[in-house]
Ligand binder design. Structure first.
Ligand code: AMP
Ligand code: ZN
Length: 137
């Protein structure tokens, strides 16, 4: 896709530091790492978000994520790893070519903390669960 930076990388128009590449996927160092060693795994074909990714890619994606996740943890000495994947602008997606963040985590690094919310009542949660069950196709 013409105006996509991850497609432009594959055409050699934007420099990047690769850590992995095969027929379907590539991975590189995130230029704005949450922790050092933060990488992105990206399908070579342009899919805007998770909902466009063919399910047939799922197995290879997980296998690659596991291999690269182990590599990131070993190379950085991390004790943990977050996998983050944003869909659509309200989620924080900034590059609209689907990608998975692999972020090494260190005890006490203070990243990615969130404040848990709560439902007003059990009934409210049950009603929403029913809407979700009905909406799943
Ligand atoms: P997201 O908010 O999930 O769309 O994440 C986009 C990610 O792409 C961010 O973590 C950026 O730091 C990263 N990014 C953007 N441009 C580049 C680039 N030229 N090279 C490496 N990473 C990039
Ligand atoms: Zn693209």
């Amino acid at each position: 896709m013409a105006d996509c930076i991850f497609c432009a990388m594959q055409r050699g128009e934007i420099p990047f530091v690769e850590v992995f590449s095969n027929n379907n996927l590539f991975a590189f160092m995130d230029i704005g790492p949450l922790n050092h060693g933060h990488i992105l795994i990206v399908p070579k074909k342009h899919y805007a978000n998770m909902f466009e990714v063919p399910v047939e890619l799922g197995g290879e994606l997980l296998e690659t994520m596991q291999a690269l996740g182990r590599g990131v943890m070993e190379a950085t000495g991390a004790g943990g790893l977050n996998v983050v994947q944003n869909n659509f602008a309200p989620s924080g997606q900034a590059v609209f070519h689907v990608h998975w963040h692999l972020i090494p985590r260190f005890e006490g690094d203070g990243l990615l903390k969130w404040t848990p919310g709560k439902y007003d009542s059990n009934e409210q949660m049950q009603a929403l669960a029913e809407l979700i069950r009905k909406a799943v196709k």
